[in-house]
Design a protein around this ligand. Structure first.
Ligand code: AMP
Length: 283
């Protein structure tokens, strides 16, 4: 695996790969890798000729109150893991390399960026889209892999790719979970043992929602109420939002019919966790 730190080096590699007609698979991450990331990496290795993984904790997607400084980082561990997986290139630029002095250009996906996580995390998706577009311009991937874990991010990035006519295929892979149901996340390592237990309330509330729907419940408000109760019973959990929405415009729906996304964000102590499920009813 080759480690690349500058845009210039990365672009040179990309030019060579393109001239050889190679299909480039790309997995953007913020590092501190877990099996969720590695699922994306393995899919890229399976489908593409060359796989590029990026690790960059992107400052513009954290607002000043958030955990940018505390976000877990371990490049040595991550590069060993990626090497073992058979990744070809690891691109890990510094913030100064990506955001040069006097940086002024940002990408926004209107409306979608303001819903769900966008309400609490002001500017978050503007940061994500700007970063991902920059990475796409540097790496020129044919296909890029993202996780359903960040459901809103996946929908927004697909919209950006369509709106800006980018030549990249976006593939979304299912959420990887711990055996007890907790969605894998780099932030899980910031939870103490008590918080780790409390964090199960997210997946528990989603399982309960799915069960209610399977039993015939269609009223979103009633499903949300039940979920709220489960989160409310956990003293260490503080709810940010629970929403049941359709998957195009992310508008709330009052009745769960055909396909719906149930998404929530919960603070467990200082750590903000997200989770979601897609439900499909038969009628
Ligand atoms: P991050 O490093 O948190 O920015 O995540 C990088 C990519 O991994 C994103 O596309 C995430 O959606 C994806 N990802 C993170 N956690 C999971 C998970 N538990 N299952 C599947 N994909 C994940």
């Amino acid at each position: 695996m080759r480690l690349l730190r500058t845009i210039k080096e990365m672009k040179k590699v990309v030019r060579e790969l393109k001239s050889q007609g190679k299909i480039i698979g790309f997995v953007p991450t913020m590092g501190y890798l877990h099996e969720g990331h590695l699922g994306l990496v393995r899919e890229s290795i399976r489908k593409a000729d060359s796989t590029v993984v990026s690790i960059f904790v992107n400052p513009t997607q954290f607002d000043p109150r958030e955990d940018f400084k505390e976000y877990p980082r371990d490049l040595k561990r991550d590069s060993e893991i990626l090497e073992k997986e058979g990744v070809d290139f690891l691109f890990t630029p510094d913030a100064d390399e990506i955001y040069s002095d006097g940086y002024k250009t940002y990408v926004e996906v209107h409306d979608l960026q303001d819903r769900l996580c966008g309400r609490t995390r002001t500017g978050h998706f503007r940061g994500v889209c700007t970063m991902v577009l920059k990475l796409f311009n540097i790496v020129l991937p044919d296909v890029s892999f993202f996780g359903q874990k960040d459901a809103q991010q996946a929908i927004i990035l697909k919209r950006m790719v369509k709106d800006l006519d980018l030549d990249v295929k976006i593939e979304i892979l299912p959420i990887k979970r711990e055996k007890d149901g907790l969605a894998l996340s780099s932030r899980n390592t910031c939870l103490n043992p008590e918080e780790r237990k409390a964090a199960l309330s997210l997946s528990k509330s989603l399982i309960e929602a799915r069960m209610k729907i399977e039993k015939g419940e269609r009223d979103s408000e009633k499903i949300i109420q039940r979920m709220r109760k489960i989160i409310g019973e956990e003293p260490l959990a503080e709810l940010d939002y629970i929403e049941i929405i359709e998957m195009n415009e992310l508008n709330p729906i009052t009745r769960v019919e055909k396909e719906a996304l149930i998404a929530l964000a919960v603070f467990i102590g200082k750590v903000r966790l997200i989770d979601n499920i897609i439900v499909r009813t038969k009628e």
